[in-house]
Write a protein that binds this ligand. Structure first.
Ligand SMILES: [Zn+2]
Length: 168
C-alpha cells in the first residue's frame, strides 16, 4: 500500500463485501477500510447497505464518521444482544451506577455518623481541625485506634449507635 489513496488497489470493505467496483468517491470507503471487513459486515447485517448509504448521503460529511461509528457500535451490540442491543449495556451500567451511588451514600452516612459520634468524646486521637465537614478531623494516625476497637467489638449495625442511648 503506497501513501497515495485508499482507492488505489483494494476496494473498501463495503464494496468488497458487496462484490462491486469501489469507485473514487465511494461513500463507504473513508469509513469502511478493507482492513476492517467485520465492521461493514455487522452494519450491513443489521441496517442494510442501502440504508447506510442513504443515511450517509443525507447527513453532513463531518457527521459521517460519528454516524458510522455509532452504527458499527449498535450493530455489534445488536448482534450480541438481538433484543436490547446497546440499550442492554446502557441499562446494566445505569443499574451499576445507581448501586454504587447508594453504596457511596451509605458509606458517607456511616462516616458522618462516625465523625459526629466520635467528636464529643475526643479521646481517640481524633481532634477538631476545622469548621467544615471534610476537614473537621485530622487523624494523628491512620486508621485511628478507635476504629479497630469499635468495629471489632460490634458485629452488627453501627458501632456508635449505642454510645448515647440506653439499651433497654
Ligand atoms: Zn467502496
Amino acid at each position: 500500500m503506497a501513501s497515495s489513496s485508499s482507492f488505489s488497489n483494494s476496494p473498501c470493505a463495503a464494496c468488497k463485501f458487496l462484490r462491486r467496483k469501489c469507485l473514487p468517491g465511494c461513500i463507504f470507503a473513508p469509513y469502511f477500510p478493507p482492513e476492517e471487513p467485520q465492521k461493514f459486515a455487522n452494519v450491513h447485517k443489521i441496517f442494510g447497505a442501502s440504508n447506510v448509504s442513504k443515511l450517509l448521503n443525507e447527513i453532513q460529511p463531518h457527521q459521517r464518521e460519528d454516524a458510522v461509528n455509532s452504527l458499527a457500535y449498535e450493530a455489534e451490540a445488536r448482534l450480541k444482544d438481538p433484543v436490547y442491543g446497546c440499550v442492554g449495556a446502557i441499562s446494566v451500567l445505569q443499574r451499576q451506577v445507581l448501586r454504587l451511588q447508594k453504596e457511596l451514600d451509605a458509606t458517607n452516612a456511616d462516616i458522618m455518623k462516625y465523625a459526629t459520634n466520635t467528636f464529643p468524646g475526643n479521646n481517640s486521637g481524633v481532634r477538631a481541625a476545622g469548621s467544615s465537614f471534610g476537614q473537621i478531623y485530622e487523624y494523628d494516625q491512620y486508621p485511628p485506634p478507635s476504629w479497630n476497637n469499635s468495629f471489632s467489638s460490634s458485629s452488627a449495625g453501627h458501632p456508635y449507635d449505642t454510645a448515647g442511648d440506653n439499651n433497654t
